[in-house]
Ligand binder design. Sequence first.
Ligand code: ATP
Ligand code: MG
Length: 508
Amino acid sequence: MADRVLITTDDLENAVRINAALEQAGLDTAMVSSLDDVRQAVNGKEPAAIVLSGGLHETTAKRLLAAARDHAVSTLGLVEPTEDDPNEIGRELGLTDWLVKPADPAEVTATVRRLIERRRLQQRTSILGESSAIQEVLVKIEQMAPVTSTVLIEGESGTGKELVARAIHDLSPRRGKAFIAVNCAAITETLLESELFGHEKGAFTGAAERRLGRFELANGGTIFLDEVAEMAPATQVKLLRVLEDRTFFRVGGTQPIQVDVRVIAATNKSLKDAVGLGTFRDDLFYRLNVLSIYLPPLRERRSDIPLLVRTFTAEFSKTHDKQFKGITPEAMQILVDADWPGNVRQLRNLIESMVVLAPQGEIKPSDIPPEIRDRVRTLPVRITAPGREATGQELEFIFRTLIELKMQLEDLRRRMNDRPAERVEVIEVGTRDSGLGTRELEAGDPLAPNPQSPIPVIYKPGMTMSDVEKAAIDAALRETHGNRRKAAETLGIGERTLYRKLKEYAID
Ligand SMILES: Nc1ncnc2c1ncn2[C@@H]1O[C@H](COP(=O)(O)OP(=O)(O)OP(=O)(O)O)[C@@H](O)[C@H]1O
Ligand SMILES: [Mg+2]
């Protein structure tokens, strides 16, 4: 069946042109308005891609784009030539790809085909995400799959390193052969060596039989060395040798063994830093880092979160045979704003537990564990639509936000009170008729002494009124460069009073 492509009619002239070109290329096309939701536009059959012919900054186009992202539908935007930076616009709007008008219909067709291919790739590999970060990862997978070069995958825990490694293997000519994963951190140094390279009978106590190592088992296929940064120095040397000439010795063996194995390594620490720290060999680093893929943490590609949430919710409600409505917008917002130190794995596990446990067949804010809710970093501003009462959940949300704010204020106050006593605090007295403001005065501060500005008076806890007065006179004299007449004027007292006070406080 031909892939369905929708073209928005915001720029009718271009839409008609592109529609004709795509139809001629054998695609099943339809022209729709930006007002149409993805689902409505196709009556249940989702398109493979949407071409937005114009009006990219319109709210309707933005809404369509968001719906497309949530349904994993790729988008191609036609950007006006008057835009300053089309790349910036494309990224900002969350388009999968973009071309500047007047776009060549052949180029549009080629781009749409590429997007459709990429979508198929995502379906095959289960790698979800419409963010440019994930799209770049997919391009790299496509490029790296056909060759045998070593790949290094870096990324925080749970960002999908193993998923990507498997995708490379599954798309490579080695797909029918073994994919063997070894976690280098989970096995002790001596065991790891025999695990990787195997051992001969009697090589060590307990080696009753010859055992083939993972490298031999992966022959013809791919070995995935997970958490490679944790590998002991002696094992690193042996791995280097394998990478150089694909030969090794079994533990206790004397015959070199030759294998044809593609190596994919992964690490959740920076391997370069490990080299800098001297815990990882630099020659091995360069051998592993022939091709590299970096998987950004989930908090840096939050636009993918709704799609991941929806997909995982649908998947787990099917697995657990649960009638599930989905997730409320408030709950979704909390998940989008959360910190996700455990990345996609943490999100996936949480969705599974919520699908099983959510009492009403729908994920609500109260179903989200507090540790996830408390990691909400930014303080989202919620505005209730006019004419609509806030729901209980929204009130709960506002209440929680206020409590958080109160706690932050209390913390701030505590920290200010905890300051060492000798630290000077400054009370800004304000122009003679203005109000008071308490703040700390720093060098270069615009409120530092200046004839036009208010007089700063130094105040330390424990000072008496006379201390304050003395400090005020000091400040006034400094400000007027010792001119007593002006100082008296600034202080709003008579010159004679100032002289008396100078004597009283022994200021000369
Ligand atoms: N982009 C993604 N789309 C869909 N699922 C994903 C994606 N990234 C990760 N996952 C899922 O998240 C879970 C963790 O992924 P994976 O095991 O590949 O992470 P990892 O980077 O190897 O983690 P670790 O460093 O802890 O070993 C898996 O269930 C995987 O399927
Ligand atoms: Mg892993």
